[in-house]
Design a protein around this ligand. Structure first.
Ligand code: HT7
Ligand code: ZN
Length: 844
C-alpha cells in the first residue's frame, strides 16, 4: 500500500466553480449524474486532470457537451481537457445496497444515507475528492422516498423529486444525502442578526419521542456559539438525521448533520445520564464544526487536528459552561489518559499532525482529537483569554472560505500576540507524552521547583526536542491555606527551575493545576502529602488528582508487593465521601479507582510485567475494603442522594445519581445485592436501572434481571446494545470471553451493525483481565471476528484493532498469543488497507 506524505502536498491542478448532481435513487443501481464547472488552478504547475473514483460504473462522460472516453483505473480517471475553464459531465451507477462499508452512499434499514469524510465522495461520483477543492453544490434527488434531503437550503420539491442548493463553497467530504421514510421533530431558531432558521431532527417512525433533548442541545449550541465565539448560523435550515448503521458518532455535513442514532436519540427510560451528556456534547461538536471545519476547512488530511482539535476544545468549553467545569475537566483527563496516553505510549503513537499515512481513516484518533484539543487549551493558557479571543476573531476573518493549515492557525496567534510559536509547534510535530520530573527545595524562605522534561522515543521519532510547557502551580501552607495562588510557569528548557520567595515555611506544591499540559508528572511524594492535597487543594482538578495518585499508589503496592490496602487512603476517601461541601459528582469521581489499564501502564513504566488478572483482583479487594471502611456511611449517602423530583438529565440531578450509584456499587459488596435489587425493581429511568443491574451482575446475582431487562427492552435497539455490553463488562474475567462468544450466537447479534459489534466485541476489548486472559482466548475471539468483519466494514475493523496496541507490555506467553492473533489477521487474503496498516503498525 502507498504511503502519503505531508511533504508531498501540491495544490490541485483544477478548481471547481459549481457542482450539479442528480441522483436517481434505486437500492441496487442508483444513477449519479454530475455536471461540474472546472477551471485551471493558477497556483498549480501540473495540468493533469485526475478525478478520484472507486467502485463506480461509468456510463458516459462528456467535456463541454462532447462525449469523451477517459482512462479509468480502480482509483479514478484521467482525461485530456481543453485549455481554460470547461464543463465536465458524467453518469455513473452505484450499488448502495451492497455498500456494507458505510462509506459513500449506502442503505441503513431501507434508508439512503451518505458518509463522505474522509474519502467517501469518490464512491459516489468522479470528483477531485480532496478538501482543498471547495465549491457550491446544487443537488436534485429523484425517487419514491417520502423525505429526500441534501446540504444547504431546499429550492424545490414535487412528486418524486427534491432540489437543494448549498451556496457555501465546501469540499466533497461535507456532501450529504439522506432519503427514506423519516419523520421530523421540528423547531426554530432566530440568530442574533434575525435570520430565521428551521431546525429538524429526522428519525425513523417510532423514535419521535426521543428527539426533544437533542433539539434543546442544538438550540443551546447555536446560542453559545453566538455568545462566546460570535459565530452565527448561515443557512435557512439545519437538519439532523439519526441513522442506525454508522461507523462513528456523527458527521458535520453542511446543513445536514448525520448522527449515529446512539448519539442523538434520548429518553429518560432508555438513556443514561452519561448518554444525555454525551449527546449534548456531540450535537454541540457537530454544530460547532459549521465554523471550525466547514467555513474554514483543512487544506489536506494531515491538517485534521485543525478542525478536530479546535472543535473538541470548543465542545469541552460548551459542556463546562452548561454543566460543571471541574467535573468536565476531570472526566476529560480520565478519557485522555485512558485513550490518548495509551496511544502515545505504544506502537500507534503519532504526532497530532501526522506527516504520513496509508489510510486516513486510521488517523481519526485520540491524539488528533483529544491531544489536539489539549494543544488549544495550552495555547489559550499561554497567550491569555483576551488574546485567544482576538486570535480567533482574526482566524475567522482571515480564513473564512479557506482550506487552511496548522501554520495558518499558529500565524494568527503570532500576529495577534507578537509571540514566536516555533517551539509550541513541536507539540503538533512530536509524538509521545512528555514525562515531567519534579523535585523541590526550601531554604531561607525561598522555595524552588526543579523540572525536567523528557519524551520517550516513538515510532520514527527517536529523539525529541524540549517543548514549551505551561505548568500551572499553586502553593499551600502546611495549615492548608493557599500562599501562592495559581501561577503559570512557562517551561521552555529541558531542565528549568522556578523560585518563590518570602515564604515562612516549606509549602506543599500543587503542580499542573487544571491539568495545564498533557504530560505525566513524576514526583516522589508521600501519601500524607497526597491526602493533604485531597483535603485542602483549592484546585478541583488537583484535589481529585491527589486522590487518584493515592489510589494508584495503593493499587500498585498491592499488585507489585502484595501489600494490604493502605489505611491512610481508606480514611482519606471516607472523609471525602462524607464531605457535604463537595459536589456529589466530584465525590463520585473521586471514589472511583484508576483504570486497570492505567495500573498496567504504570507497572510497565517501572520496568515490571503487569499481570492483568492480579490488577483486576487488587481492584476488587480495594473496593471491598473501601466498602467495609465506609459501611456506616454508605446507606446514609445512598439515601441522601436519591432524587425524588421528576427526572432531569442536568448536572445537578445526574451528579446526585452518580454518587448514589457509586455508593450502591460499594453497598452491594456488603449486602450481596439486596439494595441493588430494590433499585432495579423500582427504577423509572435507565440510569437507575442500568446501575442496579450492573451491581447485580457484579455480585453474581444478575440472572433474573438479565432476562427481565431483555424482555422489557428487546424492541429498543439502543437499549439492547447496553444489554450485550453490560453482561460482558460485569462478568468475571475468567468467563467473560465465553459470555462474549455466547452472545455472538444470540439472534440479536447483528454483527454488521457497528453499534452491536462494538457493544459486544468492543466490551470484551475494554475489559483488560478478560481480553488479556492468559490462555489467549480473548485475543483469539477478537481476531476471529475482526477477520470476519474486515471485508464487510474495514473502518470499524481497523479501529477495533487498537485493542491489541498494548500487547507488548505483557508476559512472553501472552505476547505469543497476541502475536499469533495479529499475524493471523495480517495473513488473511484480501485484508483491507485499513486493517493491514493498523496490524502492521501494532506488530511494529
Ligand atoms: N468529522 C467526523 C469524522 C469522521 C466520521 C464520522 C462518521 C463516520 C465516519 C467518519 N470518518 C470521519 C466526525 C467528527 O469529528 O465530528
Ligand atoms: Zn469533529
Amino acid at each position: 500500500p502507498q504511503t502519503i506524505y505531508l511533504a508531498d502536498y501540491t495544490p490541485p491542478a483544477f478548481l471547481v466553480e459549481q457542482v450539479g448532481l442528480t441522483f436517481r435513487l434505486d437500492p441496487g443501481k442508483t444513477r449519479v449524474i454530475s455536471k461540474i464547472e472546472f477551471k485551471p488552478n493558477p497556483d498549480s504547475q501540473s495540468g493533469e486532470f485526475f478525478l478520484h473514483g472507486e467502485n463506480l460504473t461509468l456510463i458516459r462522460a462528456a467535456i463541454n457537451g462532447q462525449e469523451v472516453t477517459p482512462e479509468v483505473t480502480d482509483q479514478g480517471l484521467t482525461c485530456d481537457v481543453p485549455d481554460g475553464p470547461f464543463t465536465w459531465e458524467s453518469e455513473v451507477e452505484i450499488d448502495p445496497a451492497a455498500n456494507t462499508a458505510l462509506e459513500g452512499l449506502y442503505m441503513s434499514n431501507g434508508m439512503y444515507c451518505t458518509q463522505c469524510e474522509a474519502e467517501g465522495f469518490r464512491k459516489i461520483t468522479y470528483y477531485p475528492d480532496r478538501p482543498d477543492v471547495m465549491a457550491p453544490f446544487t443537488v436534485r434527488i429523484e425517487g419514491p422516498e417520502k423525505v429526500m434531503l441534501s446540504n444547504g437550503n431546499p429550492t424545490g420539491q414535487g412528486d418524486g423529486w427534491a432540489e437543494w442548493h448549498d451556496p457555501w463553497p465546501k469540499p466533497a467530504y461535507l456532501f450529504a444525502l439522506v432519503a427514506g421514510d423519516l419523520v421530523n421533530h421540528p423547531d426554530r431558531f432566530t440568530t442574533k442578526s434575525g435570520r430565521e432558521v428551521a431546525l429538524n431532527i429526522w428519525v425513523r417512525p417510532g423514535d419521535e419521542d426521543k428527539c426533544a433533548f437533542g433539539m434543546e442541545a442544538l438550540k443551546k449550541s447555536m446560542k453559545w456559539d453566538e455568545d462566546v465565539y460570535g459565530r452565527e448560523y448561515d443557512l435557512d435550515v439545519f437538519n439532523i438525521v439519526a441513522v442506525d448503521d454508522f461507523n462513528m458518532g456523527a458527521m458535520e455535513n453542511k446543513g445536514l448533520n448525520i448522527f449515529n442514532s446512539s448519539c442523538v436519540l434520548a429518553s429518560p427510560e432508555t438513556s443514561t445520564d452519561m448518554n444525555f451528556e454525551r449527546i449534548e456534547a456531540i450535537i454541540a461538536h457537530e454544530y460547532f464544526h459549521n465554523w471550525t471545519g466547514n467555513r474554514i476547512t483543512c487544506r489536506d488530511w494531515f491538517q485534521l487536528c485543525l478542525k478536530e482539535g479546535l472543535t473538541v476544545f470548543r465542545d469541552a468549553q460548551f459542556t463546562a459552561d452548561m454543566r460543571s467545569a471541574p467535573v468536565k475537566r476531570i472526566s476529560d483527563v480520565i478519557a485522555l489518559r485512558g485513550r490518548q496516553f495509551r496511544e502515545d505510549n505504544g506502537p500507534l503513537a503519532h504526532p497530532v499532525r501526522p506527516d504520513s499515512f496509508v489510510e486516513i481513516n486510521n488517523f481519526y484518533t485520540a491524539t488528533v482529537y483529544e491531544k489536539g484539543a489539549e494543544l488549544i487549551g495550552m495555547l489559550k493558557r499561554l497567550v491569555g483569554d483576551d488574546a485567544y479571543a482576538k486570535a480567533l476573531d482574526l482566524y475567522f476573518d482571515r480564513h473564512d472560505g479557506d482550506a487552511a493549515t496548522i501554520e495558518d492557525w499558529l500565524k494568527v496567534f503570532e500576529d495577534t500576540t507578537g509571540r514566536d510559536l516555533g517551539q509550541f509547534k513541536l507539540w503538533y510535530e512530536q509524538a509521545g507524552t512528555p514525562r515531567l520530573s519534579v523535585t523541590d527545595d526550601f531554604k531561607d524562605g525561598t522555595y524552588t521547583l526543579y523540572f525536567k522534561q523528557e519524551t520517550p522515543p516513538t515510532p520514527g521519532q527517536p529523539d525529541k526536542a524540549p517543548r514549551v510547557i505551561p505548568i500551572a502551580v499553586g502553593l499551600l501552607n502546611p495549615n492548608g491555606d493557599e500562599v501562592v495562588p495559581t501561577t503559570v510557569l512557562e517551561m521552555t528548557e529541558a531542565e528549568q527551575s522556578f523560585t518563590f520567595d518570602g515564604l515562612s515555611s516549606r509549602p506543599v506544591p500543587s503542580i499542573l493545576r487544571d491539568f495545564s499540559a498533557p504530560v505525566i508528572v513524576q514526583r516522589d511524594t508521600t501519601n500524607k502529602e497526597r491526602a493533604f492535597l485531597l483535603a485542602h487543594d483549592t484546585d478541583p482538578f488537583n484535589k481529585w488528582e491527589a486522590g487518584r495518585d493515592l489510589a494508584r499508589d495503593v493499587l500498585i503496592r498491592m499488585v507489585r508487593d502484595g501489600a494490604a490496602p493502605d489505611s491512610g487512603y481508606l480514611q482519606a476517601m471516607h472523609a471525602m465521601l462524607r464531605d457535604d461541601t463537595l459536589d456529589p459528582a466530584f465525590r463520585a469521581l473521586a471514589v472511583g479507582l484508576p483504570s486497570q489499564d492505567d495500573i498496567a501502564q504504570r507497572l510497565h513504566d517501572e520496568g515490571a510485567t503487569p499481570d492483568p488478572q492480579a490488577i483486576w483482583e487488587a481492584g476488587e479487594t480495594l473496593r471491598q475494603t473501601l466498602a467495609q471502611e465506609m459501611q456506616d456511611t454508605l446507606p446514609r449517602i445512598y439515601a441522601q442522594f436519591q432524587v425524588t423530583d421528576p427526572y432531569r438529565p442536568d448536572a445537578e440531578q445526574s451528579g446526585s445519581r452518580s454518587l448514589a450509584n457509586a455508593t450502591l456499587a460499594l453497598l452491594t459488596r456488603l449486602d450481596g445485592g439486596a439494595q441493588a435489587q430494590r433499585q432495579y425493581d423500582s427504577a423509572d429511568n435507565m440510569t437507575q436501572q442500568l446501575a442496579a443491574w450492573g451491581c447485580l451482575l457484579q455480585a453474581g446475582k444478575g440472572d433474573a434481571a438479565t432476562a427481565a431487562f431483555y424482555d422489557q427492552w428487546r424492541h429498543d435497539r439502543l437499549v439492547v446494545d447496553k444489554w450485550f455490553s453490560l453482561q460482558i463488562v460485569h462478568d468475571d474475567p475468567a468467563t467473560a470471553v465465553e459470555t462474549c462468544a455466547a452472545l455472538t450466537n444470540h439472534a440479536d447479534f447483528n454483527w454488521k451493525n457497528p453499534n452491536r459489534f462494538r457493544a459486544t466485541l468492543g466490551a470484551l476489548a475494554m475489559s483488560p483481565a478478560a481480553f488479556h486472559r492468559a490462555d489467549g482466548a480473548g485475543y483469539a475471539l477478537l481476531a476471529d471476528w475482526l477477520i470476519r468483519l474486515d471485508p464487510v466494514n474495514p473502518q470499524t475493523t481497523a479501529r477495533m484493532c487498537t485493542a491489541f496496541e498494548t500487547w507488548s507490555r505483557y508476559d512472553n506467553a501472552r505476547q505469543a498469543h497476541a502475536r499469533a492473533a495479529l499475524e493471523r489477521i495480517l495473513a488473511t487474503p484480501g485484508l483491507s488497507r485499513d486493517t493491514n496498516e493498523m496490524v502492521a503498525r501494532i506488530l511494529g
